[in-house]
Ligand binder design. Structure first.
Ligand SMILES: Nc1ncnc2c1ncn2[C@@H]1O[C@H](COP(=O)(O)OP(=O)(O)O)[C@@H](O)[C@H]1O
Ligand SMILES: [Mg+2]
Length: 411
């Protein structure tokens, strides 16, 4: 029997080794010269990929003719399809630029064909052990508890009642308290204006994030977020064109919120002002629903229908918080009349305040623009209610299956 070290023997059981070389001359050379180190190469990457069992660690040796753009595209294709596949490149010559391109493409190790039996064997073993570790972590990831941030949705049964004002100010206050741990999602896909209220250019939007759904992971999601520099708040902006918003599905929207809550301690969602499948899905996902209402007679009927609908959806009760906005505006109704009519207590009251439209015009949230304004004080009280003393308490521990967490939310 061949003399192999214990680690190499253990390795041989932990991963498979495959090889690919489209060029016939190189294929013959590898088969003859590297016999016993590298298996006889397949002639195409597709043939190799058919041979790979998803979830099983494997080292794929790429032959010399693949040390170029075509080969490196193949490396990326392989890595996208199989997390547990690691590539070792055996090149004829290795220049610095080939090496850089190879590493960028995701090649794990690169040697020249005359590096020697021992070096090639060691490189394959090293990569194999790494891939066996990756496969193990992937398999057990579903068992590890993931911290999930809280999801607050800010909802109203009609537009113009102050949803976006409440959502942006609440998000900014939480982000100030918990730097880099708060995200705001502008889910008003038709008329979302959170970026305007925050004075940030919407460089990327949820339309782009939804389009990238197939390749979504937390790193890519992060690249679609805008940063509100003054507070460190991350913002997933609404599409700039309403038509783009129409193409985003409820499944995609919930998928994005689910991913963001694994990345941040708080995800604040600014909702569109009506019931549709996106809204229903987000209401279900929410930990808290802030229902924004204003004190005018026209609002009460829609609000009552809204609360009845929320009740039907089992959203009400412990999840539902009624926020009265512009609570002192020419009082047509007494708040207690509203509460009686709706059967829900108003937990928060935000006064009508000229500082709010002024702040909106400036693109600066009122809590930063005029922290002493009566509306800013009321908004701070609201944020304090949700930002407990220890942000850790805000996170629930849930079990999340590994697959949706790593690879987006759509099969
Ligand atoms: N408490 C308030 N006092 C004065 N103006 C307010 C108040 N709340 C909201 N507004 C004004 O109402 C407008 C609509 O608010 P917004 O949050 O954009 O509504 P929604 O998102 O519900 O459509 C804003 O431009 C803002 O200036
Ligand atoms: Mg709005």
């Amino acid at each position: 029997m061949e003399n192999v070290s214990p680690s190499e023997r253990a390795g041989a059981q932990r991963y498979r080794v495959l090889a690919v070389e489209p060029n016939e001359r190189y294929r013959t050379r590898i088969t003859l010269e590297l016999a016993g180190i590298v298996p006889a190469p397949a002639s195409s990457l597709d043939a190799v990929m058919r041979d790979i069992v998803p979830g099983e660690p494997v080292v794929v040796v790429f032959g010399p003719s693949l040390a170029g753009p075509d080969g490196f595209n193949g490396v990326q294709r392989l890595a996208r399809s199989f997390h547990e596949a690691g590539v070792v490149l055996i090149a004829d010559v290795l220049t610095l630029s080939i090496l850089q391109d190879a590493m960028r493409a995701g090649v794990r190790d690169a040697l020249t064909i005359d590096a020697g039996e021992r070096a090639i064997r060691e490189a394959i073993a090293r990569v194999g052990e790494t891939m066996a570790g990756v496969a193990h972590r992937t398999a057990t990831a579903g068992l590890e508890p993931a911290r999930l941030g809280k999801v607050f949705v800010v909802f109203a049964t009609k537009g113009g009642v102050g949803k976006s004002v409440v959502a942006t100010n609440l998000a900014v206050l939480l982000a100030t308290k918990f730097p880099n741990r708060v995200a705001l999602i502008d889910a008003d896909l038709q008329f979302g204006d959170d970026a305007v209220l925050l004075g940030i250019p919407p460089e990327h939007t949820s339309a782009e994030a939804a389009a990238a759904v197939e390749n979504m992971d937390t790193g890519l999601m992060e690249s679609f977020l805008s940063v509100h520099e003054a507070s460190t708040l991350r913002v997933l902006c609404a599409p700039v064109e309403p038509a783009a918003g129409e193409r985003i599905t409820a499944e995609e929207m919930v998928g994005m919120v689910r991913m963001l809550r694994t990345m941040y301690d708080y995800a604040i969602v600014d909702m569109p002002p009506h019931f549709d499948d996106v809204v229903l899905a987000l209401l279900e996902e929410a930990d808290e629903v802030l229902l924004i209402a204003s004190l005018d007679t026209a609002t009460i009927p829609t609000l009552r229908v809204g609360i009845q609908t929320l009740n039907l959806l089992s959203v009400a009760g412990s999840k539902l918080r009624l926020v009265m906005n512009r609570a002192n505006a020419r009082v047509h109704l007494d708040i207690s009349d509203v509460e009686r009519a709706l059967g829900v207590a108003a937990e928060f009251r935000i006064p009508s305040d000229i500082a709010i439209p002024q702040a909106v015009n400036r693109g600066v949230p009122v809590v930063l623009d005029k922290p002493r304004a009566p509306s800013a004080i009321a908004l701070r009280a609201l944020a304090d209610r949700y930002a407990g003393p220890d942000p850790g308490q805000a996170s629930a521990v849930l079990e999340v299956p590994a697959e949706p967490r790593k690879r987006g939310w759509r099969r």
